[in-house]
Ligand binder design. Structure first.
Ligand SMILES: NC(=O)c1ccc[n+]([C@@H]2O[C@H](COP(=O)([O-])OP(=O)(O)OC[C@H]3O[C@@H](n4cnc5c(N)ncnc54)[C@H](OP(=O)(O)O)[C@@H]3O)[C@@H](O)[C@H]2O)c1
Length: 231
């Protein structure tokens, strides 16, 4: 059994990861922006017999991340899943109509957010002795992805990839495994009904990857299938 902290767990992939991981016997610290509005997540916590707890954390706010760390205290965290993400829509992030406020927001949530959480919770991750940091990224971050991308979203995810590979280099010698995970194209609010995978089946496949990580995976960019993703 591992202690697993997940960001953005109120809905979508994050909710399914939290629900299923708790069902598999892990201790899940499910964080979300506003627990009062996270009815489904709170119901999962009530049904979990105490293995899933809900904590407030806005990854876009250093103050909020620090407050969550203070609430959780020194509890060792075996796996951190940086899942929280935003998609501001395509029209405001293409050449000719860039919404720069949205770009800054996406960078704050998906590039600085995961770093903020790692920085605050590093003592907890080191206390695990074999901590794993899994950042949910995207195929759009890859140079090899040759479709039209939203510049804001793709640059935030590409930035995360770079920051996390640097953290892999810095933390690998301390026993921490840092991995990037493209979770598949999932029918959540972000991707919509046209996507490939239901959230529950995507979560199950991503969990198989997460549970199977070893130090040999440090610095890798993986897919939900467990295969390596092209950079
Ligand atoms: N769906 C896909 O096909 C797909 C593909 C590749 C990568 N991804 C990535 O997978 C992750 C999960 O996406 P999803 O599809 O589940 O999207 P989603 O359904 O839109 O859920 C996004 C989650 O992120 C949370 N969030 C947003 N801003 C936050 C903040 N400032 N602090 C904390 N939480 C915040 C949301 O919380 P609220 O409920 O409070 O808004 C929500 O729980 C994201 O990183 C996304 O980029 C998704």
């Amino acid at each position: 059994m591992a202690t697993i902290l997940i960001t953005g767990a109120a809905r979508g992939l994050g909710y399914e990861l939290a629900r299923q991981l708790a069902g598999r016997g892990h201790r899940v610290l499910a964080t979300c922006r506003d627990p009062r509005r996270a009815d489904t997540l709170r119901a999962a916590a009530d049904a979990s017999g105490g293995t899933l707890t809900v904590h407030a954390m806005d990854v876009g706010s250093t103050e909020s991340v620090k407050a969550c760390r203070a609430e959780i205290g020194d509890m060792p965290v075996d796996i951190l899943v940086n899942n929280a993400g935003v998609w501001g829509g395509l029209p405001g992030q293409v050449l000719g109509s860039m919404d720069y406020d949205n770009w800054a927001h996406e960078l704050n949530i998906m590039l600085m957010g995961p770093f903020r959480v790692v920085e605050s919770f590093l003592p907890n991750i080191l206390a695990s002795g074999a901590g794993r940091i899994v950042s949910i990224t995207s195929q759009t971050a890859a140079h090899s992805y040759d479709h039209v991308v939203g510049y804001a979203y793709a640059s935030a995810k590409a930035g995360t990839n770079r920051v996390m590979t640097a953290l892999a280099q810095e933390l690998g010698c301390k026993g921490v495994t840092v991995v990037l995970l493209h979770p598949g194209w999932i029918r959540t609010e972000m991707a919509g009904a046209v996507a490939d995978l239901e959230p529950d089946e995507a979560a199950a496949m991503n969990i198989a990857v997460i549970e199977g990580l070893t130090p040999a995976d440090n610095g890798k960019f993986l897919k939900w299938t467990g295969d390596e993703h092209a950079w």
